[in-house]
Ligand binder design. Structure first.
Ligand code: UD1
Ligand code: UDP
Length: 357
């Protein structure tokens, strides 16, 4: 059996690492990795392949830093040529980025079966580029690997139950990765092991491209720092570029993006998480940390329902007070909202079983 995996953004390297490791344990499965190049800085891409021992991509398309249409279109064209050459049994894509939708669309038009890992998630906010990508990818997938029961229900509500596609509740493959790499976590250089800072990440378009919103967030975080809270922010290049352009200052520890092993160390040590990331919201839960999500909606609704995550309205002038109210809450994660960390094996079993249908 041959699988082509299309990845391009940081969270996809982390997710794909677990399926690649599972493929490596079995006989007779060939995986061809295509890196679209969407993320390309050493610490946004190469570091993950190196530290996590992800197999080298056979193709690197080097397509990045473009508007949505141009990026997606150029990826589509390149991936189509690769599909014609490789003729795999499956195309596997992860999540909801521009790399996800281009991979899925290229394969579908060639009648190559598409597997979507992290299917069925919805924020119900079509202004988010991720929501557009995930809805369209689900529509053209042949097997939909859902991380949660909510994701299965979302698909059923959209009529997927009656379609000739397979919906498979696989659990969350990010939990497989967190469990495996947790043993290998590394302290980032210059980080004091005795500190328990608030871990911050912000990069989503709805926060970074609305300058007033981004300024509100920055003012609130700087305000917390001024009052003596310790914060650490591995800053995404998208956010760094905008803050630098505006000439705004960050009055607390801000470091370059770190590899996953270093990120796991920060998750282990932190007092809580403040983020707009999809992945970080779950990782906070995996590490028993409370998460404040700087967004109007989340696709990980079970975290909010279980009182371990709060959505914060970032347009509020009282943002700093809201953040302060949630500091240092402890959470219980014994209810396994994301499965037991066996998703990669489940996914691969299904791919083998359904490859001949
Ligand atoms: C993308 C995904 C988003 C995901 C995020 C993960 C889409 C539409 N968005 O957003 O869903 O949450 O990845 O991190 O696919 N840049 C660099 N160096 C890099 C990577 C990016 O400088 O290594 C810069 C780009 O030049 C661009 C900006 O960051 O100016 C945004 O990059 P892009 O890939 O378009 O989107 P992300 O914000 O990373
Ligand atoms: N991450 C990382 N280094 C960092 C910031 C994040 O390894 O400096 C990891 C994080 O632990 C999570 C994933 O990247 O596993 C989340 O990716 P990101 O927040 O970029 O995207 P999203 O999940 O929002 O799509």
């Amino acid at each position: 059996m041959k699988i082509v995996t299309v990845i391009g953004a940081r969270p996809q390297f982390i997710k794909a690492s677990s399926l690649s490791r599972e493929i490596g344990k079995r006989q007779g499965i060939d995986e061809v990795i295509v890196h679209t190049g969407q993320h390309f800085d050493k610490n946004m891409s190469h570091i993950f392949f190196e530290e996590m021992k992800i197999p080298e991509p056979r193709y690197n398309l080097n397509i990045n830093s473009l508007n949505h249409g141009a990026m997606t279109g150029r990826m589509l064209e390149e991936i189509e040529s690769i599909m014609l050459k490789e003729t795999p049994d499956w195309l596997v894509v992860y999540g909801d980025t521009n790399s996800t939708i281009s991979g899925a669309l290229a394969a579908k038009k060639l009648h190559i079966k598409v597997a979507h890992v992290e299917a069925g998630l919805r924020s119900f906010d079509m202004r988010m580029p991720e929501e557009v990508n995930r809805i369209l990818t689900d529509q053209i997938s042949d097997i939909l690997f859902c991380p949660t029961e909510v994701a299965v229900k979302n698909l059923e509500a959209e009529g997927f139950g009656g379609k000739k596609v397979k919906i498979s509740l696989s659990g969350d493959i990010m939990f497989d990765s967190a469990l495996y790499y947790r043993q290998k976590m590394k302290r980032p250089e210059g980080i004091d092991p005795n500190q328990t800072p608030i871990l911050v990440t912000i990069h989503r378009q709805e926060n970074t491209d609305d300058l007033q919103r981004l300024k509100n967030i920055l003012d609130a975080l700087n305000g917390l720092a001024k009052e003596g809270e310790k914060l650490i922010w591995p800053i995404h290049p998208r956010t760094r570029k905008i803050i630098e352009k505006q000439g705004w200052t960050i009055d607390f520890d801000c470091i370059a993006p770190v590899g996953y092993l270093e990120m796991l160390y920060l998750l282990e040590k932190c007092s809580m998480v403040i983020t707009d990331s999809g992945g970080l919201q779950k990782e906070a839960y995996f590490f028993n940390k409370y998460c404040l999500t700087l967004r109007d909606s989340t696709e990980w609704v079970e975290l909010v329902e279980n009182d371990v995550n709060s959505l914060i309205n970032v347009t509020e002038p009282q943002l700093k007070e809201r953040l302060r109210a949630y500091l240092n809450q402890k959470i219980d994660n014994s209810n396994y909202l994301y499965g037991k960390g066996q998703s990669a094996a489940h996914i691969l079993d299904d791919l083998v079983n359904y490859s001949k249908e």
